[in-house]
Design a binder for this molecule. Structure first.
Ligand SMILES: [Zn+2]
Length: 166
């Protein structure tokens, strides 16, 4: 996967939840306690405590919590293959998935896993950002090889990342 191709994919998908004009400064998300300040969302306890005390602080769900409530993923990661027949390997994979989410959230607190679903012969993971689905796909590929595909279907509103390992 070349970096340039990744960027082209990103440009095709608009994030309808990232309208910065929607939020006053400061705003606290009552669901996850992120703070909107200086055009960015922060996970910062000191900032949270400071703005909680202000009467002028607005309270509104952040884009990540709104996506979760609306069930509107921007990334879908699909795990397929015979590796899923071994439950201990599945547990290992899901630990890796959650670990990547934690790492991504350090740089982007709006990047979250929305849901993890077991389908017939696969696992489907919905993410609030395209970047997180790609990051997890790359980490799975790095750890266990297999095949990794990143596909964007015209007309769809999310990026699909498929990792398969037999
Ligand atoms: Zn939130």
């Amino acid at each position: 996967m070349a970096g340039r191709k990744d960027r082209l994919l990103d440009e095709k998908v608009q994030d309808p939840y990232m309208d910065r004009n929607l939020y006053r400064d400061p705003t606290i998300c009552p669901t996850c306690n992120l703070v909107f300040h200086n055009k960015t969302w922060h996970q910062d306890t000191a900032m949270l405590e400071k703005y909680k005390k202000l009467d002028s602080t607005d309270y509104k769900d952040c884009p990540a919590c709104r996506k979760i409530k609306d069930n509107y993923p921007l990334g879908i990661l699909i795990i397929e293959g015979k590796i899923l027949e071994d439950e201990s390997k599945v547990e290992e994979l899901l630990n890796l998935v959650k670990h990547e989410e934690e790492k991504e959230m350090n740089s982007n607190p709006l990047a979250r896993i929305m849901k993890i679903e077991r389908l017939g012969n696969g696992i489907e993971i919905g993410t609030t950002t395209m970047g997180l689905a790609k990051r997890i796909g790359k980490a799975l590929y790095k750890a266990r090889q297999g095949t990794l595909d990143v596909v964007f279907f015209e007309g769809e509103k999310f990026l699909r990342v498929i990792w398969k390992k037999d």
